[in-house]
Design a protein around this ligand. Sequence first.
Ligand SMILES: Nc1ncnc2c1ncn2[C@@H]1O[C@H](COP(=O)(O)OP(=O)(O)O)[C@@H](O)[C@H]1O
Ligand SMILES: [Mg+2]
Length: 367
Amino acid sequence: MPKSKSRPSPSPDLQRPPAEVLYADELARLAQDDTAAKPPGWRLSLPAVRAFILGDGDRDISKKFVGAPSLVERAMVTLATNRGLMLVGEPGTAKSLLSELLAAAISGRSTLTIQGGASLIEDHIKYSWNYALLVAEGPTEKALVPAPLYTAMKEGAIVRFEEITRCPLEVQDALLSVLSDRQLAVAELEQMLFAKEGFNLIATANTRDRGVHEMSAALKRRLNFETIFPINDFQVELNLVKREATRLLERSGVHTRPPDEILEILVTTFRDLRTGVTTQGHATERLSSVLSTAEAVSVAHLLGVRSHYLTEGKVSAADLVECLAGVAAKDDAEDLKRLRAYLERRVPKKKGAHWTALYEARHRLGT
Ligand SMILES: Nc1ncnc2c1ncn2[C@@H]1O[C@H](COP(=O)(O)OP(=O)(O)O)[C@@H](O)[C@H]1O
Ligand SMILES: [Mg+2]
């Protein structure tokens, strides 16, 4: 199949189309060739969902999530049972991405999403009322305004619950009967909504947020937990950063790409400061900000945009220093000091012209 045909062309003015739009063509091709058995209510079989997420070169299906195939398999199997799936891990490890891809492949829609937060109430997950109609007609189905959980149950789809531990416990508890009995009481209508086949829940939580609202033990028992770890292989992380930055820059209409050597420095710096040990084996103080792969991607994106609009396409190590400050000093002024110490003491020990240039640009970090 020619390249131009195998890549969908979502509306160019959308900043970030959902996975089912972005990869509509891949999903359609996978569905067409899918002869394996599917769990009830699923659009694709498990092998096809796995291929969608992890890629399949032979069928021109792109790799979207970098991670162990066994993790993806366990996640799919959980979703084919009557237990929900909980993805936990550090911020920026692609928990949201994986849940979006699973929902897009299994249900054909990833947008039934609840965003967890302190102000979330039950109405935001179940349903609320159109008050004008409610006053005029009393509680009727017409006056009911469905929220994502309701819609997912009614239509047999995956509902995503992002950052669930940031919600008050009573909201988390509202999920209990839905997950165990697969039904939701609509008391005002004296009705029960029974979940259609295909309904299930994927929740995500950042381990760093855990303290905010400990999750209720009862809810934990209804979910299977999967932990997503940062990518531990340098080359794999570098390739991902390069690929994602290229994709983002393409979408921003930017034609310059940060050179490979700069991306190598970027990913190395992130890994050194994340782990607290440089590639030379020296200790360096870890930053308290999260230096995730997702952050590395956004720095690479920044570098490309910056060079396109400001420096006639040239990307230097000095630009990298400028971009690093905004990432590192986010929630802690101490981090800026730690970053400065890294540039002063550890970077000179590294070999290569770009590392020297990085060292020489260290004053750009500001004070
Ligand atoms: N293992 C990975 N596979 C694919 N992309 C990844 C991975 N880790 C990080 N990323 C990058 O980070 C972004 C995902 O961040 P996100 O899903 O929002 O993370 P989280 O929800 O864990 O905070 C992706 O869009 C991708 O650019
Ligand atoms: Mg997330």
